[in-house]
Design a protein around this ligand. Structure first.
Ligand code: SAM
Length: 422
């Protein structure tokens, strides 16, 4: 049998009759031999002949590490697959879909943000990404991570081994800012005095500006600064900011630039007094460039990110507020005065907030999506209200995985639509 298509997670799919079988790491065109029991349940398979377009995976731990699913596809095949997934989502939502205006793909070795699992046992310390439904595999090689992050993994293994507060499991959140790596260690227990000393010495030895500790599983728990050697800074669109620990940042610098370019390209004609409501603004990745076009009212759930943006607000055409948009979505009435809404929701989508935006009847909406499944649901109220898709672009910042981002321009303005389509 032959792999006919790729599933949502990047698995190869082959069918016997109507029944789909999913094969991790196989790609369309691979021919395999499948053994099943009498009821058709999978027993085992082996690859008979690889697809002619399949390539040799670049990473030595591909199929062991949980990070990459599609390394046997060329860069252009991956981008085509991701484009097709976004296009299918837009069509499923009921939109008339023109060709994309832009497609971006980030390069290998450019990931500047990563969440890693740590497992400590008698055998040693493993730092890596979870394989689906199983333990993480030690990241002894990586074609994704910025080499400056990868270079920290060996010393971090040693640090984890020596920390008494880490008995079995922990996690690491690493952001690579302009000032250097910013690390949050997540663990169940609090660090002892001796652990604190070891962390401070580690920061000094590896020139790490800040290392924090977050106790407990919840990402709502505020990280405590354990070592801070110098200020943590990062340039966002020409503004130097002080990002808080564990903050959201687009995973690659080129991906961030592509998202900003796509958002700016999708803007309607604005005058500086026009209000732009920006929802899920994070630290202001989009807020700062948008403030060159109109007055931006930014809303974000993470108080520390809003504080970072607020600290650089003076003289800029923006306001920023902490607001949980799931519990307290911006209401129709609050949105009606906006000329444009820009929204960049988290993976689960905007839910009720999307419906409120659609019902407010704001003429133009720019939606930045990181999940085609959630996108379909969020688009439903816009389609009901008569919004059309003016343009869209595809951004692949998560090379070799199924993740894909897209920037959509939705409009109620038929004249603008007709002009664009002409
Ligand atoms: C995909 S990120 C986009 C951030 C920003 N636009 C950027 O490009 O860096 C989504 C943002 O939504 C925020 N968020 C998640 N759930 C939220 C909620 N219920 N209310 C408000 N913001 C939320 C996250 O903290 C995060 O900053």
């Amino acid at each position: 049998m032959e792999i006919a298509s790729l599933g949502r997670e990047g698995d190869g799919i082959a069918r016997i009759g109507a029944r789909p079988y999913y094969f991790p790491y196989l790609v369309p065109g691979d021919v395999l031999d499948l053994q099943t029991d009498e009821a058709g349940h999978y027993l085992e398979h082996h690859l008979v002949s690889p697809a002619s377009h399949a390539i040799a995976p670049p990473c030595t731990i591909f199929t062991q590490c949980g990070g990459c699913a599609t390394q046997r596809l060329s860069f252009s095949d991956q981008l085509s697959w991701k484009r097709a997934r976004v296009q299918a989502a837009l069509e499923r939502a009921g939109l008339d879909v023109p060709p994309p205006t832009a497609m971006h793909q980030s390069a290998p070795l450019s990931r500047r943000r990563v969440d890693l699992a740590v497992v400590k046992s008698e055998a040693g310390v493993v730092i890596g990404l979870h394989q689906r439904k199983s333990a993480p595999v030690d990241m002894t090689s990586c074609q994704l991570l910025d080499p400056r992050i990868f270079a920290l993994l060996a010393p971090l293994r040693d640090l984890m081994r020596r920390l008494g507060a880490i008995s079995r499991e922990a996690d690491l959140h690493i952001n690579l800012f302009d000032s250097g790596a910013d690390i949050v260690i997540g663990a169940n227990a609090a660090p002892s005095l001796s652990d604190r000393g070891k962390i401070a010495a580690f920061a000094a030895a590896h020139h790490i500006p800040r290392i924090c500790w977050r106790q407990g599983k919840s990402y709502d728990n505020k990280p405590e600064v354990i070592a801070q050697l110098r200020p943590v800074t990062h340039d966002f669109s020409g503004t130097t900011m002080s990002p808080p620990p564990g903050s959201f940042m687009q995973p690659t610098a080129s991906g961030e630039a592509a998202i900003i370019a796509s958002v700016c390209e999708a803007l309607p004609k604005l005058n500086k007094r026009d209000r732009i409501a920006e929802l899920y603004s994070g630290m202001g990745t989009l807020t700062l460039p948008l403030s060159a076009y109109g007055f931006v009212e930014a809303y974000e759930g993470a108080a520390s990110s809003v504080a970072a943006l607020d600290a650089v607000r003076t003289g800029k055409r923006l306001s920023c507020s902490v607001r949980d948009l799931a519990r307290q979505p911006l209401q129709q009435k609050e949105l009606e005065k906006s000329r444009l809404v820009v929204m960049d929701p988290p993976r689960m989508g905007a839910g009720t907030q999307a419906a409120q935006v659609a019902e407010a009847g704001v003429r133009d909406v720019i939606y930045v999506s990181c999940n085609p499944q959630a996108l379909v649901n969020d688009l439903a109220p816009f389609v009901r209200q008569g919004y059309a898709l003016l343009s869209w672009s595809v951004i692949d910042q998560f090379l070799w995985s199924a993740e894909v981002e897209a920037v959509l321009a939705l409009t109620l303005d038929r004249k603008r639509l007709a002009k664009r389509r002409a």
